[in-house]
Ligand binder design. Structure first.
Ligand SMILES: [Zn+2]
Length: 442
């Protein structure tokens, strides 16, 4: 009964009160029926580049010597000739990148967490919200937008925000948990409300959702299984995924997104890779000369947001690495696949002789150990030594395990660095994230 009402109110709100969102949602669905998504994607890149050159003094200047005909890219090769956009450029040219004469209602200012030590300010285009893509992903998992949902954040929302949120979504119910040191009472309340409203979606940052999963397992608490658990904001250990699936009795959907571009790729229930939202984002995997690498080969990720006409991001070098996959998903969707993104290239361990141990390799190396910890973090100091900081699970003394991990890492560094395990209460937070590697070198 509740669901019917929720659906009816939801349809009314989107169709009548927010007909624009409804239209965007329809368009997003229709995009997928196009024979050639590649063509649509390229047309959108052409339009974006032309727009950027005309309306952003930064891009007019940056592309000045490329002799683009009428300020447009005509071929895919033209696009590959565009020099990538760096984080430093965004930091230094905010006002020049921003489109001229932008109406204040058309954009929203966002700030990245600065997990690479360098927070950025940029704009999202409110004319092209990410909601339709969010609904697309939920639909894959058989979740309707009007169904009840649960969220785990790191911070408490203000009372006003919670109230606005409740009114906006009424009668769909949403339950929130602020995961920064939740008290026993907070957790009990959350579990009770969760089991009462039976949300079909549980969403949150990887580390806090994982912590909640451990809490349920360690205390033998059962929750009503949602249809899907959606984790964001950090790479996911395979083992964390298994533990979460066990605790929640539901599949965990891995996705790729960030503050700059929120929804880039996500898994469908087949989980054969992440489907790239090719109609709204263009993603490239390139070598150090910014030329495409072959499929299944790890390359630097360059991102182009095809819907941000307020603050264009074209071939943006975000500092992540990933790979295209050379196969179609058995679900039959025509959105191409990429591999899960495991770690940022900015987060590596380095040895005195110049050897680099990548974050994603460490994630593979430590898989199999993660079940013993709430959290771990590697902190490399100026003398190259590495602190292996860990927060054990309740009633757990994983000292033998942590010693094994330290030995693995020392071996991997060809014994060039010393690794010291250290039990801590909490690992270091950088911005809103808790990175696997904190590097204090140089
Ligand atoms: Zn699929």
């Amino acid at each position: 009964m509740g669901n019917r009402l929720s659906e009816a109110v939801f349809s009314f709100k989107t169709k009548i009160l927010n007909s624009k969102l409804n239209q965007l949602h329809k368009n997003a669905q229709e995009n997928l029926n196009q024979n050639s998504l590649d063509d649509l994607n390229f047309k959108r890149r052409q339009n974006l580049v032309q727009h950027a050159i005309k309306k952003s003094s930064f891009y007019a200047e940056k592309y000045k010597n490329l002799n683009l005909e009428n300020g447009a890219i005509l071929s895919t090769q033209d696009f590959l000739n565009l020099p990538p956009l760096t984080r430093e450029e965004i930091k230094e040219n905010f006002n020049k990148i921003k489109i001229q004469k932008l109406k204040s209602g058309n954009y929203r200012t966002v700030r990245t967490s600065g997990s690479t030590g360098n927070p950025l300010t940029l704009l999202h285009d409110k004319r092209h919200p990410e909601t339709p893509i969010r609904w697309r992903i939920l639909k894959w998992w058989n979740i309707e937008p009007w169904e009840n949902q649960a969220f785990i954040y790191r911070y408490k929302k203000t009372k006003l925000k919670r109230l606005t949120n409740e009114i906006m979504w009424w009668p769909t119910k949403r339950v929130f948990l602020a995961a920064a040191n939740p008290s026993q009472e907070d957790l009990n309340k959350f579990v009770t409300k969760f089991n009462r409203i039976k949300p079909t979606l549980l969403q949150g940052y990887v580390d806090v959702v994982f912590e909640f999963a451990l809490y349920l397992l360690d205390n033998n608490i059962k929750i009503h299984p949602p249809k899907m658990v959606w984790v964001t904001s950090a790479p996911l250990f395979e083992e964390q995924r298994e533990i979460m699936q066990k605790a929640f009795g539901a599949p965990v959907c891995d996705q790729y997104g960030n503050t700059e571009i929120m929804l880039i790729a996500a898994e469908c229930p087949k989980q054969e890779g992440l489907h790239i939202m090719e109609d709204t984002v263009h993603i490239e995997f390139v070598d150090k000369n910014n030329n495409p690498v072959p499929p299944n080969t790890t390359g630097k990720i360059l991102l182009t947001d095809l819907t941000n006409y307020a603050f264009p991001l074209i071939r943006y070098d975000i500092g992540d690495e990933g790979a295209y996959m050379d196969k179609k998903c058995s679900c039959g969707k025509n959105l191409p696949l990429m591999q899960n993104v495991r770690g940022r290239q900015a987060h590596n361990i380095k040895t005195p002789s110049g050897l680099t141990i990548k974050g994603d390799h460490l994630m593979v190396m430590f898989d199999g150990y993660m079940k013993h910890f709430k959290e771990i973090q590697l902190q490399q100091e100026a003398d190259f030594s590495v602190m292996l900081n860990y927060v054990p699970r309740q009633n757990n003394k994983p000292i033998e395990k942590v010693k094994e991990m330290a030995i693995l890492l020392e071996k991997r560094s060809r014994s060039e660095i010393k690794v010291k395990p250290k039990e801590v209460q909490k690992i270091k937070q950088v911005g809103t994230k808790k990175p696997l590697i904190v590097n204090n070198l140089k």
